[in-house]
Design a protein around this ligand. Structure first.
Ligand SMILES: C[S@@+](CC[C@H](N)C(=O)[O-])C[C@H]1O[C@@H](n2cnc3c(N)ncnc32)[C@H](O)[C@@H]1O
Length: 436
């Protein structure tokens, strides 16, 4: 893949930023579409519920779709299949025996657990297996954010206690000792650091589901921003090596010294859902520029209809269009028109993130992935945007991604987006990428 420039290792540096912990900062100016990091997983585990009656259709190592003819089922546990002998070689005797015993002994207590819990059991088996197979990699896992000691909800503590007792009773002994506290810490690290390898977009899917989860230690240093400047890609069905690598690309240019952030979830979530998720799952209160602005919107809810009326110009046809747009945006969870518009004219609570959505968000329902330009091949940024993850079958190869050609000018921007000119000017330095 052409990444349009310098080696990723020279592009970022780790910095401690107060209240945010370790952060990744641009070590030089970065360009839209540039690949800034490519990393293989430290561990991967299936998102398929453990006790599902159907068999996972994926290789249990590389998570490519298994061809019906050529696959290698483990004869010992009969629970996992692989696409090739080399993938099969990753199936350790400890993991095989643990899977077999866990499946055999599946107490009703375990089978009654929600599928999330069963997927957590898969993570723990992979993590314990890593502790035995590669102690240095296990240390890397332990160095990641997430302790499981304080601030975790009682339901997390209950889950950790349950899974620890279950696995320690069932699994063969390990060469390392795993305490209940360590199990809780591992689960906390998984919650904060795991990335989902997504299923390709399908028209029938209500929501894109996760095929497998991976831990990528360097990628884990990216902090969150609700208007990210970088996003992640994976090409799990690609036939080439490194199909489970995660690839981070810049959404737009940033200068040296600027923190590079991802969004930990689709950017169309509304303010309260984002805040709830960040607090519950990641343990922090987000005060990014977007949240600062949106935090005041709830206070003006009562005025919003009035504002909308002010903004409409009375033309009936346009009114109909606005209604359609409003419905569309409401469907997209949180991007409703009132929110996009802010609470009024010439008010500093307006913010240009509506432009961000228009330009950098996939508008397909059940996707809403973030877009980044293809890696630059010349001095100019590519005007072809690729969807985060795969939106459809065409996205399975890097260079034939699902595309949206950018070229929004002021006149292309939908009328329902209103941003105060004075505020815009004050933000132009930081957000000029939206208007270039
Ligand atoms: C995947 S880690 C990111 C790297 C982390 N800062 C570290 O030191 O390892 C996620 C954690 O980073 C912190 N974090 C991420 N984004 C943040 C933000 N915008 N503000 C404050 N803390 C943030 C939270 O503690 C979160 O649970």
């Amino acid at each position: 893949m052409n990444d349009g420039g310098a080696k990723p290792e020279t592009l970022l540096r780790v910095a401690e930023i107060g209240g945010r912990g370790r952060s990744l900062v641009a070590a030089q100016s970065l360009r839209a579409g540039q690949v800034i990091l490519r990393e293989s997983p430290l561990l991967l585990y299936s998102a398929f519920p453990f006790l599902s009656s159907s068999v996972s259709p994926y290789c249990d190592h590389c998570f490519r779709l298994l061809a019906s003819s050529a696959h290698h089922k483990c004869q010992s546990c009969s629970l996992v299949s692989f696409c090739s002998p080399s993938c099969f070689a990753s199936h350790t005797p400890w993991l095989c025996e643990s899977l077999r015993r866990l499946h055999q002994s599946s107490s009703s207590a375990f089978s009654d657990q929600p599928s999330d819990r069963q997927v957590q059991a898969r993570f723990l088996l992979s993590a314990y297996n890593l502790a035995a197979a590669s102690p240095s990699d296990f240390q890397i896992l332990l160095s990641l954010q997430g302790s499981g000691s304080n601030g975790d909800s009682s339901s997390s503590a209950t889950a950790a206690g349950f899974l620890h007792s279950l696995l320690s009773a069932v699994c063969p002994p390990l060469p390392v000792s795993i305490s209940p506290e360590l199990t809780a810490a591992l689960l906390a690290k998984d919650k904060v650091n795991a990335f989902g390898l997504m299923e390709p977009f399908s028209v029938s899917d209500e929501k894109r589901s996760v095929r497998a989860y991976g831990i990528y230690p360097k990628t884990s240093f990216f902090n969150h921003d609700c208007l990210p400047n970088a996003c992640r890609f994976d090409y799990v069905d690609s036939a080439s090596d490194g199909n489970t690598d995660i690839i981070i690309r810049m959404i737009h240019d940033v200068p040296e010294g600027r923190e590079v952030c991802l969004s930990y979830f689709p950017v169309n979530m509304n303010y309260s859902s984002r805040q709830k998720r960040l607090l519950e799952d990641y343990g922090f209160k987000c005060d990014c520029d977007r949240c600062k602005v949106e935090s005041s919107w709830s206070e003006v809810e009562e005025d919003e209809n009035e504002v909308m009326e002010e903004m409409e110009n009375g033309d009936e046809e346009e009114e109909m269009e606005n209604e359609d747009e409003e419905e569309e945006m409401e469907d997209s969870e949180g991007g409703n028109v009132e929110e996009v518009c802010g609470n009024g004219v010439d008010d500093e609570s307006n913010f240009p993130h509506a432009y961000f959505f228009v330009r950098y968000m996939c508008e397909k329902e059940s996707c809403f992935g973030t877009l980044a330009p293809l890696p630059p091949k010349t001095h100019d940024a590519s005007r072809v945007l690729e969807y985060e993850g795969h939106c459809n079958s065409e996205c399975k190869t890097v260079e034939t991604a699902c595309q949206k050609v950018i070229g929004y000018s002021d006149t292309d921007v939908p009328e329902f987006i209103y941003i105060s000119k004075s505020y815009l000017t004050s933000l132009q330095y930081k957000y000029s990428f939206l208007f270039s």
